[in-house]
Design a binder for this molecule. Structure first.
Ligand code: GDP
Length: 193
């Protein structure tokens, strides 16, 4: 997809703040530092609209980006900070749960994992959770530039088997450094709009 317009709309912490225009939404979730902001910026051809490497302890919000005035990307705060307090984890969980379970406009979630490593326990919990609520998932295995192409298949198999990816979900390799997989991610997104 050719993105010609992308705007940050709102940081929301509660449903009253979500956009009300009814456009379809694609959520983006991943462990902190996995490359989620870089993925968003690459998909929309922007250098730094989605802020990269958000620090733990910062206010955790759902960030809505309007793309080409036809859909929203909803940046879900990164999970898996060892350091955040129990209280912060609980409020994260509640906010995310409210959004992911009650939002009719949410069409699919892009779950980002690192192609180099076996998905973490947090990644597995997140995927299971999305499947429990029957949310379609596009698993994006990022940082493909860090692995020789001949080894992608082996790594994809580990990702697929560890998450137990359902046959209806998609799994694509991606790199925000080379742009590899960008069109494939866009066509996966489009299939859910
Ligand atoms: P976030 O915390 O998930 O939003 O992660 P960021 O997008 O801030 O990326 C975290 C780190 O990974 C940064 O140092 C990025 O430069 C790096 N990174 C992100 N995507 C890629 C990628 O595709 N390839 C490589 N080699 N590094 C990446």
């Amino acid at each position: 997809m050719k993105v010609t317009k992308s705007d940050f709309i709102i940081s929301a912490v509660k449903p009253e703040q979500y956009p009300i225009d009814g456009l379809p939404e694609i959520g983006l979730a991943g462990r902190s530092n996995v490359g989620k902001s870089s993925l968003i910026n690459t998909l929309i051809n922007r250098k730094n609209l989605a802020r990269t490497s958000q620090r733990p302890g910062k206010t955790q919000t759902l960030n809505f980006y309007l793309i080409n005035e036809i859909l929203y990307f909803v940046d879900v705060p990164g999970y898996g900070f060892a350091k955040v307090s129990k209280k912060e984890r609980e409020s994260w969980g509640k906010m995310i749960e409210t959004y992911l379970t009650d939002r009719d406009q949410l069409k699919a979630v892009i779950q980002i994992v690192d192609l180099r490593h076996s998905p973490s326990n947090d990644d597995v919990v997140m995927y299971d959770w999305l499947k429990h609520y029957e949310i379609p998932v596009i698993v994006v295995a990022t940082k493909s530039d860090k692995i020789p192409k001949g080894k992608w298949g082996k790594h994809l198999k580990v990702v697929s088997q560890t998450l137990k990816i359902e046959p209806t979900d998609k799994l694509v390799t991606f790199s925000s450094h080379t742009g590899q997989g960008k069109e494939e991610v866009w066509s996966a997104i489009k299939s859910y709009l």
